[in-house]
Design a protein around this ligand. Structure first.
Ligand code: HBI
Ligand code: FE
Length: 272
């Protein structure tokens, strides 16, 4: 069972990319067919997420005017986003090395893949594309607590690398930013970008009786392995974004990494 694969990205930026791996978006280069792929995915997810995604996600789509047709032009999107929470979206060719990724986050820059999946494989991507990154991650970056949480994740990512504990921080990222669930008025909703941008898993995460859904417990999350090749077997539910932010800023992660070193990993499917 492949789990927790380390992300492979070449360590030197490709030709044409800056030292921080950013590239110009070159929005004019997207073809009509590529814009159509965005529109198809957008319409499908908009429908799939009704009553399933947190309200702040729809609010983000709205204030950032993301529902206009076509792949968004980042300069324009950035004007709106920066005015709200001082975040900026930058274009990158694809996966970037961990240190580069966390460095961007720590400076309130979110790297977005500058390509879109093919029209004949709407449900399959090997690397995060502009739909996953912009539709999945960007709307909630307009939410102040999420904006601060993501920046803190950048700083904690760099710290975890120095502490040799990147696998733990990656689990926290995975079970919150990518596959997180949140309570809203007593109902469980989606907020993780991996779920927001997935047609099949957005439904599965909330409605299937297969996966486990537990209240978000930091120690447990840091110990729980994950798989990146299938729908999740475990989801963790936060009470609110403010609570998630407080959990991270109040935690002394380096101390936790040491304390947890003696404890065995948990499998996502295991009942505790
Ligand atoms: N690069 N473009 C990109 N997008 C990511 O989400 C990403 C990355 N590099 C590393 C990385 N994620 C991981 O280290 C985190 O998911 C923990
Ligand atoms: Fe992502």
């Amino acid at each position: 069972m492949p789990t927790e694969e380390t992300i492979e990205a070449k360590s030197a930026p490709p030709p044409g990319a800056a030292a921080d791996w950013t590239i110009p978006q070159n929005w004019d280069r997207f073809t009509a067919g590529e814009h159509r792929v965005w529109d198809t995915l957008f319409a499908r997810q908009q429908e799939a997420l009704k009553g399933r995604a947190v309200t702040d996600f729809f609010r983000g789509l709205d204030v950032l005017r993301l529902s206009r047709p076509g792949i968004p032009e980042l300069d324009e999107l950035n004007e709106r986003l920066h005015a709200r929470t001082a975040w900026t979206i930058v274009s990158v060719p694809g996966l970037v090395p961990d240190d580069i990724f966390f460095e961007h986050l720590s400076k309130r820059r979110f790297p977005a893949g500058n390509f879109i999946r093919a029209a004949d494989s709407l449900d399959y991507i090997e690397q995060p594309d502009v739909f996953h990154d912009v539709f999945g991650h960007v709307p909630l970056l307009a939410q102040p607590a999420v904006a601060d949480f993501m920046q803190a994740m950048g700083a904690e990512g760099l710290a975890a690398m120095r502490a040799g504990a990147l696998h733990r921080l990656a689990r926290l990222y995975w079970y919150s930013v990518e596959f997180g669930l949140a309570l809203e008025n007593g109902e469980t909703r989606i907020y993780g970008a991996g779920l927001l941008s997935s047609f099949g898993e957005s439904r599965f995460a909330l409605e299937s009786d297969k996966p486990r859904r537990s209240p978000f417990d930091l120690r447990q999350v840091l110990r729980t392995r994950y798989r990146s090749d299938a729908f999740q077997e475990a989801y963790f539910v936060i009470p609110s974004f403010e609570a998630l932010l407080r959990l991270l800023t109040g935690a002394e992660l380096s101390g936790l990494y040491c304390a947890l070193a003696a404890e065995p990993d948990l499998l996502p499917a295991a009942r505790t």
